[in-house]
Each structure stands twice: as C-alpha cells, then as structure tokens.
Design a protein around this ligand. Structure first.
Ligand SMILES: [Fe+2]
Length: 134
C-alpha cells in the first residue's frame, strides 16, 4: 500500500500516524509470516485506538462541530476491526482473513482520510491561523 501526497491532511501529528498505519498494513501482505501478522494485528489494535483518541482530542480542543459524527465513524471502524481480529483468531485457514484485514484497513483509511480527516484538517488549520493572528 503506497502512501501518496494526496492523503496528507497538513496536520503533522495526524499525517505521521496515518503513515504508520499504512506501513503496518503493509506487513499484512506477507501472509506467510504468521508471527509477523500476529504482531502486526496486535500492534494495529492498540495503535488505531491511540490514533483515534489523539484525533478526537484535536476535535475537542478546537470545538469541531462534526466531532460527534467523526467519533462515531471511528467507533464503527474499531468494531469492524475487532470483529476481523476475532475471525482471524478463530479461523483455521487464516490467509483469507489476513487479506480481508489488509484491504479493510487500507480501504477504510483511504476513504476516511480523504473525506473526514481532511475536512477536519481544513477546519483545524484555519482555526489555528485565526488564533495566531489575534
Ligand atoms: Fe479520523
């Protein structure tokens, strides 16, 4: 999965975390390396939670009007990820589940970043600039 500049929001902390998520999702392509996949899934679970909560903090401190909706999207994805992880743990044939996790993470992130994180970033950066001018 390739990171492209078009995915950048312009908020450095968010961009760094998104890049890390893409890097980690790449580890899932190596589906013959079970230990690596296991470690990646455990990492992703924690990192996604941390990333979402960091974003939500930025929403709160900037009084983002769409914070509620955005949080709901985060919760939906976290639930989907949890269910994929338990499918993975229960599956005898793990490879197809690994690939579903990889494509789910990448597809969701892409669409979420392009639409929702960027929308927030525009709001946040404008607000920051306005604050700096005062
Ligand atoms: Fe987000």
């Amino acid at each position: 999965m390739i990171w492209t500049k078009s995915l950048e929001t312009g908020v450095p902390k968010i961009d760094e975390q998104h890049k890390e998520l893409f890097r980690q999702a790449d580890n899932l392509v190596d589906k013959n390396n079970a230990a690596k996949v296991d470690a990646t899934l455990t990492f992703l679970k924690g990192y996604v939670a941390k990333h979402f909560s960091d974003e939500e903090i930025l929403h709160r401190v900037s009084a983002y009007p769409k914070a509620e909706l955005h949080k709901k999207l985060h919760e939906e994805f976290s639930a989907a990820l949890r269910s994929l992880l338990s499918q993975f743990q229960q599956a005898t044939n793990k490879q197809p589940v690994i690939l579903s996790i990889n494509s789910a993470v990448v597809a969701w992130l892409r669409e979420h970043i392009m639409k929702h994180d960027k929308e927030f970033a525009v709001y946040y950066l404008a607000k920051q600039q306005a604050g700096a001018k005062k």
